[in-house]
Design a protein around this ligand. Structure first.
Ligand code: SIN
Length: 526
């Protein structure tokens, strides 16, 4: 029996855990908060995929939509593999107990931006929560899976210190309950820690999304790829002072339309269809349902021109009852602000949503070094990984699909290697380190980091702004490093250290790009 350590409890981590455990191996999952505190749990829209293996035309269309959304940078072999394995993996989810919405005997399918057909399975507007519920339920009844909540991965332990080619033998982690550092030994580590939306002031991501896994792997010799491509979701609700709340793109799939103030006035006075007044038509003939990069940029531009903090999402031309029944989570959130679907316009604005780049991995999720060789015993799956599936821009609802396909592939690879080579792992060296007395400097540094990323590394960039961000990040990196070297780790310190490193990778990749593609948009390159 081999032992795998999985970091993260979203769809990728939990699915891989079940696969590995079914093959008779031991699994330890560590997760920073509660098991369900993951980006998966917050995913609304759904999972794209063709269930019928004989539907070659449907699969080809899914492949083409993915390639076209990825703006020429997808790896076609990976896209084909993910689309072709979709049916089997979705059936796996069904057999684990995920309850996707039905329409009679068939699944009810929705459409989102960039999709040429309805091919997204969903559980109303809480698809991720339903997947998370079923997977956590299965994990909690498995004998060979130990799930450790409130445990934060801090660093990977290399078999030979300083030589990634010799592989990984475990992790150091921080128990957030006891404040103690621990070492855990394993034959392999699967990183499934999701993204890093916490880098920006406005994000649809949960608080756990601080790039921990990516930073840990990079420190252990892994390579990051395509980091400049960070996806902003066009429609996060701007109401109250609370965190941005995602309004699923599926709502636009059902006919929701984006308007600016001018368009809204014209719509109120005119007699055309609402979409005819949408500013998004100036950016793409697909208007409000164009791909996310285009729609987010369109919103950003209109907000900058008008000085408004938001644009409008209108749904008053749609069937109220149907909207309330399809989107109950959104409706109940809106009600908190005296808003409702099918009535007054909703104020929305883009928010940081998804890390398209990530750890460079191969077709089995093995994390690669700079020379493209895998680091033995290290896998990256889900949002943390850059597989080549999404290219320069991810197609809506392809992320849960990619996560489950690669979780399966990584698990199968681990099982087939079936190494059994647990070694002793060293304790965390804490001599001479002090308890961090004041967290205030860390909080200020985090604010500075978020402001820098929001102002200088957002939807629209310039070389000057990126250079400015780079200088600021160098300063922050030195500050955090100073504190890190003399302090016993705390959650705040670990996360800030990781966020600064990930921000540096994003900014450097953006600075190195000589053309605008997909989500990377530099005004100096137009
Ligand atoms: C959404 O529901 O709009 C988000 C789905 C996704 O990010 O793919």
């Amino acid at each position: 029996m081999s032992r795998v350590i999985i970091i993260g409890s979203g769809i990728a981590g939990l699915f891989a855990a079940l696969r590995v455990e079914q093959a008779g191996h031991e699994v330890i999952i560590i997760t920073k908060q509660r098991p369900e505190d993951s980006s998966t749990n917050w995913a609304q829209g759904g999972i794209a995929g063709i269930l019928d293996k004989t539907d070659g035309e449907g699969m080809q269309a899914h492949i083409e939509d993915t390639l076209s959304c990825g703006d020429g940078l997808c790896d076609e072999e990976i896209v084909r593999c993910v689309v072709e394995e979709a049916g089997d993996r979705i059936r796996d989810l069904l057999s684990i107990g995920v309850d996707f919405q039905k329409d009679g005997d068939d699944f009810h399918l929705v459409k989102e931006g960039g999709h040429s057909a309805r091919r997204i399975l969903h559980a109303k507007d809480a698809t991720g929560a339903e997947i998370e519920r079923a997977l956590n339920n299965a994990v909690s009844t498995s004998d060979n899976i130990t799930l450790r909540p409130h445990t934060l991965g801090v660093d990977l332990i290399q078999r030979v210190h300083g030589d990634p080619s010799k592989g990984i033998k475990g992790i150091w982690c921080l128990s957030l309950d006891s404040g103690e550092m621990e070492s855990i030994a394993g034959d392999a580590v699967l990183i499934a820690t999701g993204g890093c939306g916490q880098l920006w002031e406005r994000t649809t991501n949960p608080p756990v999304a601080s790039g921990d896994g990516l930073a840990m792997a990079v420190r252990a010799g892994a390579t990051s790829k395509d980091m400049a491509f960070f996806q902003f979701h066009p429609t996060a609700l701007m109401a109250g002072n609370n965190r941005p709340f995602l309004i699923t793109e599926a709502l636009r799939g059902e006919g929701g339309v984006l308007l600016d103030d001018k368009g809204l006035n014209a719509y109120r006075l005119g007699d055309l269809q609402p979409e005819d007044y949408s500013f998004t038509l100036d950016f793409s003939p697909d208007g409000s349902l164009a791909t996310r990069d285009v729609v987010a940029r369109a919103c950003d531009q209109r907000m900058k021109i008008s000085g408004a903090d938001y644009v409008w999402l209108i749904t008053d031309h749609l069937d109220k009852e149907e909207l309330h029944s399809h989107f109950p989570t959104i409706e109940s959130k809106l009600n908190e602000y005296a808003l409702s679907l099918g009535k007054a316009p909703l104020p929305v604005a883009p928010a940081a949503h998804y890390m398209v780049g990530g750890l460079s991995v191969d077709i089995n999720g093995r994390v690669l070094m700079a020379n493209d060789s895998p680091i033995p015993g290290l896998y990256g799956i889900g949002e943390v990984a850059c597989t080549g599936m999404h290219g320069a821009n991810r197609l809506a609802s392809n992320s849960l699909l990619e996560a489950v396909v690669f979780a399966n592939r990584a698990a199968e690879h681990f099982i087939s290697e079936s190494v059994n080579n647990i070694e002793n792992v060293p304790s965390w060296r804490a001599e001479g380190m002090l308890e961090l007395e004041e967290h205030a400097p860390l909080i200020r540094d985090l604010e500075t980091l978020r402001k820098t990323m929001t102002d200088d590394v957002g939807i629209v960039r310039t070389f000057n702004r990126l250079e400015r961000a780079k200088r600021m990040l160098e300063l922050l990196s030195k500050e955090v490093d100073l504190i890190w070297r003399r302090s016993i780790p705390s959650r705040e310190l670990v996360e800030l250290r990781n966020l600064v490193l990930v921000a540096t990778h994003i900014t450097e990749d953006a600075l190195n790009r000589k053309e605008n593609r997909g989500l990377h948009w530099n005004k100096d390159l137009i």
